[in-house]
Design a protein around this ligand. Sequence first.
Ligand SMILES: [Zn+2]
Length: 356
Amino acid sequence: MAFREVVGHRTQVRLISSAVDRESLPPSLLFVGPDGVGKRLVAIALAQALNCTARVRSASSRDSFPVDGCGKCSACIRIARWSHPDVPIVESRVLRVDSERNRDVPPDVDRVREVLGEAMYRPFEGRRRVIVFNDADRLTPAAQSALLKMLEEPPDSSQCVLITARPDMLLPTVRSRCSRLTFGQLGTDEVLDALVRGHKYEKKKAQTAAESAGGSLGRALLLVSDELDVARDAAIELLRKVAEATDTTGRLQAAKEFVPKANGTKYVSQAHVMRQKLSEHLRVLGSVVRDMAAVGSGADKKTLANVGLRDKLVPLVTKFEPPRCVNAGRIVDEALKATDRNVNPKVITDWLACQL
Ligand SMILES: [Zn+2]
């Protein structure tokens, strides 16, 4: 993922490339912007441009970057896989639920200290160490305080990149010591182009996903995958089990099964995938609930958002009459807001299943 491969954000990426070229990059950067727009990928491209062994240079022009990673050398490949010793990533692990004790696992302050300890020494093999803190807002105050020491006295050979969609959650002292770069939503055309050319999806399918993705390529990738069918099935199952449940235990069991399965990839963290998937599942649940109200009111089949689900909704309508559906719609909206605020998925789904 070199600068030239980043979808959108031309101005920001060119700014970074020019700063790398002039060796004038501020030692601590704060990438701010909505989830799923590519902030992590820009951090990868930056680390590659700094450490690539066959850097690509181009004459300054509107459509090029002064310096870029080759994307092919061993350093570039390992950086893209997060397996380069000089480019560690600190992931927020707060969304991994400790099911035994039913609570969040906070980001490991020891991990932050370990990474920062290494930063005091020269890079192992690269030119410059690049330490990436993904979802930096999820670092505990103790971890942020540990980080602050480095931000106050940055080592010469290290570059810090903090990534967040919620900068207000960072300690003001941390925020004020970083140079902020803001990444906006992507355009529908940019998302569509990335789906078709970059990910080889068929144009018609990609178009629908791009239009509903709200400027997030991460979200579009979920929509265009089979995730939509999975989310619909999960919504129906949740409603069915909640309707059958005779006590709280039954509802909590239904909630447990509603939490989407999420695996990170080399480009996207597990916490990020989980948040995206849960948001998506909740949005789908909202549309299923609205359809159920429509079925209960005898509305025309053509007005349904999930036409194919009608037969599965009919048996549920006796339990979910229109007023209950309206209330359920509000509850789903609340759950979505909580997801945006980064509340733990288990807490959200337990609450949801008890309220529906
Ligand atoms: Zn390279």
